[in-house]
Design a protein around this ligand. Structure first.
Ligand code: IMP
Length: 201
């Protein structure tokens, strides 16, 4: 079975990507599991540019199929921030709890109507024969306080109206059906189904 190497060191992302792509006829592994640890120069202006930068950087050292995820949170009240800067938001060496609290602080006292936000996920895929990106998003609301322990990153402050729960309160299998990442990976599967003749899933 061919390997698909994920260009990420983020264990939350890797766990989700592996769970969502588990039926592909590819062995999905992280770059660290394969002994790679390249530096990514995320100088792109969009999620998809950054996803491509990561995939191309890894593809230079991996002789095979690679996939990269660039994702983040766009908050309407903050004019789309933190966007592509989501992971560096609030500075280097800042805990996730502090990042979540900073967002809650910036939106303190703001009515629910104006707390709208979305998670965006761009996935870049590179194999010997093809390079492409897909992008998806999910709409939500920034909660007034962190809720739930599941998932990773900003999950405790991202409230999904349809389920009346934050991502961190949702069971893993539900998040992995509805999330920005799940939807982008479904699009990827759709493309791969045409290219490799496999089920779209
Ligand atoms: P990247 O690794 O440069 O793509 O940064 C992604 C940022 O968005 C990190 O801070 C992640 O914690 C956050 N992020 C992306 N996807 C999710 C998610 O599904 N839940 C919570 N945070 C996420």
């Amino acid at each position: 079975m061919d390997k698909l190497v994920i260009a990420s060191g983020n264990t939350g992302k890797i766990t989700e990507i592996k769970a969502i792509l588990n039926e592909l006829p590819l062995k999905v592994v992280s770059m660290k599991e394969e002994g790679y640890n390249p530096e990514f120069d995320e100088i792109g202006a969009t999620f998809s540019e950054n996803a491509l930068i990561k995939a191309k950087t890894l593809n230079k050292v991996v002789n095979g199929i690679v996939l990269a995820d660039d994702s983040g949170l766009e908050i309407d009240f903050l004019n789309g921030a933190p966007g592509i800067f989501t992971s560096r938001f609030a500075g280097e060496n800042v805990s996730q709890e502090e990042k979540n609290n900073k967002i809650i602080y910036l939106l303190k006292g703001i009515d629910k109507r104006y707390r709208t936000a979305r998670f965006v996920c761009s996935i870049a895929f590179i194999s010997n024969s093809i390079t492409f990106t897909v992008e998806e998003s999910i709409e939500g609301i920034i909660s007034e306080e962190p809720m739930g322990d599941a998932g990773f990153g900003y999950d405790p402050i991202f409230f999904v109206p349809e389920y009346q729960k934050t991502f961190a309160e949702l069971p893993e299998d539900i998040k992995n059906k509805i999330s920005h990442r799940a939807k982008a990976l479904a699009k990827l599967r759709q493309k791969l189904s045409i290219i490799y003749g496999i089920k779209p899933g």
